[in-house]
Design a protein around this ligand. Sequence first.
Ligand code: HEC
Length: 156
Amino acid sequence: MKNFTVLAVLLTTCGAASIETWAADSQASYLKHCSLCHQPDAQGIPGTFPRIWGRVGQIAATPEGAAFVAQAVLWGMSGTISVDDVPVTGVMPGVPHVSDEEITAIVEYLITEGGTVKNTSAFSLETVKAARAGGRVPQAATNALRNELFEAGVIK
Ligand code: HEC
């Protein structure tokens, strides 16, 4: 089930408070695992850490992009990428110690920009489970995949 369907069900059955709780919990997970580099507002630091606020929904719009996001977050990536027309060179360690559910909550928090944007992406818990089942991917290989998807226009 797509996240926005879950949100819609939650809205009708439990009221808006559940959405607020979900957003607060997933924001806390984001702050704990990602904000050191990507910054608390997820705007990154140009040239050093990519901006991921307002970008992850676009990146995860296709199944290929969604699979890339899960792979990158789970196993990390390293090398050079282009973000907002600025090259970013760095290492992201990945978070294999974090559960599939918590990773999903973090990514959906980014996709929905804290629950304010509808999730129309191809990303779900199943995407993370598939990435974990596929086994660890070298960080340089995930960087190469990202740059292929960027060249193909899948990632903007
Ligand atoms: C230690 C710093 C660090 C942490 C912690 C970190 N990242 Fe990253 N992240 C990076 C760097 C650096 C890159 C770019 C890597 C490259 O150039 O190959 C990146 C890339 C990404 C990308 C791909 C962006 C793109 O345009 O392709 C996503 C998505 C992402 N991070 C999400 C997350 C999430 C979600 C978390 C928390 C679970 C997280 N990151 C934690 C440093 C970090």
